[in-house]
Design a protein around this ligand. Structure first.
Ligand SMILES: NC(=O)c1ccc[n+]([C@@H]2O[C@H](COP(=O)([O-])OP(=O)(O)OC[C@H]3O[C@@H](n4cnc5c(N)ncnc54)[C@H](O)[C@@H]3O)[C@@H](O)[C@H]2O)c1
Length: 341
């Protein structure tokens, strides 16, 4: 399903080594696991299936042979984490609860999963001999400042418990890398934070807050309805196809120098308006006459979001692999398949 030939980029770097993907049954985690499988790694997934689904392995479980182990369990259980992380060189920590409104309603639960869960992962990794933990951070750390593009050196402004969890996760990544240059097994221990911007692609739960607009447009267009846009549609996002997030993780994992929990934006660096998104999707689906219907703007919506990629480029050698338009087509096709059941 991936549009990217990972072997041609990363060769044998990951081959024969063990990696833990927490939240690997979810959207981004399942793509990361798939890339690692294709790169010859031994992949362990730890997921409690609270948001993910085992069907996300269907397209590559066979290809993985015996190199994919799925542990159905929670990052909140230290013994389970210890088992999952055993023998791993890398941890890609994707497990989290993700909805901003739900985090406002359930701040304690979010703290437990997203913050205490992250502590368990860091402690487990440090103990087990892991050399680097990659943390799924979020552009929500930037809050609603109008300044564009968003640069990692800008102050953080978490506006929800979820954003606060992610900012604290970054702080923990930094503190652990600086406090424990060596892990308990004597290994060099390091961390990196990847701030994802509106990641989209196949296998994204249509009910996910991140997928909201793409999923909602797909749902409308496939039944011959006009997509609904709140406001004038000129609000923009840095929509980022999932392969780009996978690539940023792989580059961070194989980086030679210590990263000390440094934060990196992960995006396309392209500004796509919601009007453009609706037009593109209608074109892909073959219903260009289904032009959007505009409704009043929703309070609290951030007008624009766009990442500066200078640090990610210069430190990690990152370049977006799949531009927005190229990623949109397979995504729309996937939603079509899902809707047909
Ligand atoms: N999708 C985006 O645009 C985006 C943007 C910013 C940050 N992120 C972060 O990226 C990560 C992956 O996001 P996603 O979009 O793939 O979401 P997702 O919900 O598809 O994946 C998260 C996975 O974590 C698992 N999980 C949740 N709680 C768990 C627990 N206690 N123990 C074990 N597993 C648990 C879920 O079952 C799910 O499979 C998350 O940390 C999210 O906060 C995503």
């Amino acid at each position: 399903m991936a549009l990217t030939d990972w072997r041609s980029i990363h060769g044998e770097t990951f081959s024969g080594k063990r990696a833990l993907v927490t939240g690997g049954a979810g959207f981004i985690g399942s793509h990361l696991s798939e890339a690692l499988v294709d790169l010859g790694a031994e992949v362990v997934v730890l997921d409690d299936l609270s948001g993910g689904d085992l069907v996300n392995f269907d397209s590559y479980r066979e290809r993985a042979g015996g190199r994919l182990t799925v542990i159905e369990g929670t990052i909140l259980d230290e013994a389970t984490v210890t088992k999952a992380v055993d023998g791993c060189t890398w941890v890609f920590h994707q497990a989290a609860w993700g909805s901003v409104p739900r985090s406002v309603a359930m701040p304690r639960k979010y703290h437990e999963i997203n913050t205490t869960g992250t502590l368990n992962i860091l402690e487990g990794a440090k103990h087990a001999g892991v050399s680097r933990v990659m943390f799924a951070a979020s552009s929500s750390a930037y809050g609603d400042t109008p300044t564009l593009p968003k640069v990692e050196s800008m102050p953080v402004l978490p506006r929800s418990p979820y954003a606060a969890n992610k900012v604290y996760g970054e702080a923990m990544m930094q503190a652990w890398a600086l406090s424990y240059a060596q892990g308990d097994a004597g290994q060099a221990f390091d961390t990196a934070c990847l701030r994802y911007f509106n990641i989209f692609g196949p296998r994204q739960n249509a009910n996910s807050a991140y997928a909201a607009v793409i999923a909602a447009f797909a749902k409308a267009l496939f039944v011959g309805e006009k997509p609904v846009i709140f406001g004038d549609g000129e609000q923009s996002r840095d929509f980022t196809f999932v392969d780009n997030a996978v690539q940023a993780n792989l580059l961070a994992a194989r980086h030679k120098d210590k990263l000390n929990g440094e934060v990196f934006n992960v995006a396309c660096g392209e500004r796509v308006t919601v009007n453009q998104l609706a037009e593109q999707m209608a074109k892909i689906i073959g219903r260009p006459e289904l032009t959007p219907e505009h409704k009043p703007e929703r309070a609290g919506d951030v007008k624009h979001s766009l990442a500066d990629l200078e640090r990610t480029r210069s430190t990690l050698g990152y370049e977006p692999l799949v531009p927005f338009e190229a990623g949109l087509e397979p995504t729309v096709q996937w939603y079509e398949g899902e809707m047909k059941g």
